[in-house]
Design a protein around this ligand. Structure first.
Ligand SMILES: [Zn+2]
Length: 441
């Protein structure tokens, strides 16, 4: 089903990318204060689940041993994992589909939220081309902290989690892969394992149910698993109910398959404003954006592959030219297809040589509990830093043959400011409700 993701991105992202370029000049402005997350407290209790996140086993079947996508991308069922279609939205449709919007489970969740406190930002409109319609929005004052318009990451509204958009640790590459799990995951996951690399994996709920072994392997290998919505739409164009369902059913899918419930998420195309952030906050979710975008999803599609390769080389140069001397980056890359994964495998050895640290977003921001289940933790930065350095040294000999980085690194989003905008914790009663709903599998 991953091609649908590609189609959606192809049709929607052009306008968004244009917006990003238009807004790029305000990047430095919006990054002047770092919304460092302190990770909200974990849920008070974690009811039983069919999957033990600390003891995931993946059997040796063709889907998990072959590197051939035509073999791996055959649908399969996971023994012991029951997916009752009546409990889930339709795959790749808005998450209120299949009657979810009127289900007892979702109705209880929706009604537990105090909507009187939700920011009054309107539901945005999409253009005929599938992009965002900015007509009528006060871009200068940016009252709704709408990232798509301004790259704003620090909410204007109260009681809303601020976004994370960079690694706080200097000289650090924040490694993130979106739109997985991919059906043909083994070569890429093996590579990350061999390189001793951990990434933040932003999973689409529909993909998690389609390719559960990919998600299971992500958690089993120690990657940071996060929520990337159910059907990958522009979130500000969805109603409150739809936004809630997109986030909630992805948390639920990840919980069902891996045994953990993410506390971090990434909006498709970065499209988030304070209304959407408020809803995410009710689910104990904090948004993770980025400050470098490889556009790797477009390689071989809307842009030549060598354009993306040049971008990789420019970003590698930034690791040694002082761009990230005072704080690190978070780089947007994708699992989407074999092209994007092959690009990652080609350049990661060079990235490791150019940067002091290459880490998932949780580790680089010292977030040790990125899930509602407190038993599953991420290695603290110091320990991860030590092991990654060792891995980087060991990988030197086996790295891809040297492609000289270009000398024209441009965008410099670095800032010395480090503020402590803290994550908010969702009300305990709501967390309990979410936990009950999510864990009652
Ligand atoms: Zn995406």
């Amino acid at each position: 089903m991953y091609w649908k993701s590609v189609v959606a991105i192809t049709t929607l992202a052009a306008a968004v990318q244009a917006v990003e370029k238009k807004a790029a000049s305000s990047a430095a402005k919006s990054s002047s204060a770092a919304p460092k997350s302190t990770a909200a407290a974990a849920a008070p209790s974690t009811p039983s689940s069919a999957t033990n996140p600390l003891a995931i086993t993946i059997p040796s079947i063709p889907q998990t041993t072959s590197y051939d996508p035509t073999v791996e991308c055959q649908s399969y069922t996971v023994p012991g994992l029951t997916i009752d279609p009546k409990e889930w939205p339709t795959i790749w449709e808005t998450a209120t589909s299949n009657g979810m919007n009127t289900s007892a489970e979702f109705t209880q969740l929706y009604n537990s939220i105090d909507w009187t406190k939700a920011p009054a930002a309107p539901v945005r409109k999409a253009t005929a081309a599938g992009g965002l319609d900015f007509a009528g929005y006060d871009a200068n004052n940016d009252p709704d902290c709408w990232w798509s318009s301004s790259l704003c990451t620090i909410p204007k509204a109260k009681d809303v989690n601020a976004d994370i958009y960079r690694c706080e640790e200097p000289e650090t590459w924040g490694l993130t892969y979106d739109d997985g799990p991919n059906c043909s995951h083994n070569a890429f996951m093996d590579f990350l394992q061999q390189q001793n690399l951990k990434a933040s994996m932003f999973y689409i709920g529909s993909n998690v149910l389609d390719w559960p072994y990919g998600a299971m392997r992500g958690l089993k290998d120690g990657h940071h698993i996060a929520d990337h919505t159910w059907s990958h739409q522009l979130m500000t164009t969805l109603t409150n109910q739809e936004v809630l369902a997109e986030l909630y059913y992805t948390q639920k899918a990840i919980k069902l398959v891996t045994g953990v419930t993410p506390k971090y998420w990434r909006p498709a195309f970065g499209d988030v404003d304070d209304r959407v952030r408020y809803i995410a906050t009710q689910l104990n979710l904090t948004a993770v954006i980025w400050n470098l975008d490889t556009d790797d999803w477009a390689a071989g599609n809307s842009v030549p592959e060598n354009t993306v390769e040049q971008t990789y080389q420019d970003f590698i140069t930034m690791g040694t030219n002082g761009t990230f001397a005072t704080s690190g980056n978070i780089v947007l890359t994708h699992e989407i297809d074999n092209t994007t994964m092959a690009l990652a495998m080609k350049y990661l050895p060079q990235i490791k040589q150019a940067y002091k640290n290459v880490l998932d977003v949780a580790t680089c921001n010292n977030i040790t509990q990125p899930y509602m289940e407190s038993a599953v933790t991420v290695t603290p930065f110091g320990a991860a830093n030590a092991s990654t350095s060792a891995g980087a040294a060991a990988s030197g000999a086996s790295g891809a043959s040297g492609v000289a980085p270009a000398a024209s690194g441009s965008a410099a989003p670095s800032s010395s400011a480090k503020s402590g905008a803290s994550s908010l914790t969702a009300p305990a009663s709501l967390l309990a409700l979410v936990a009950l709903a999510v864990f009652a599998q």
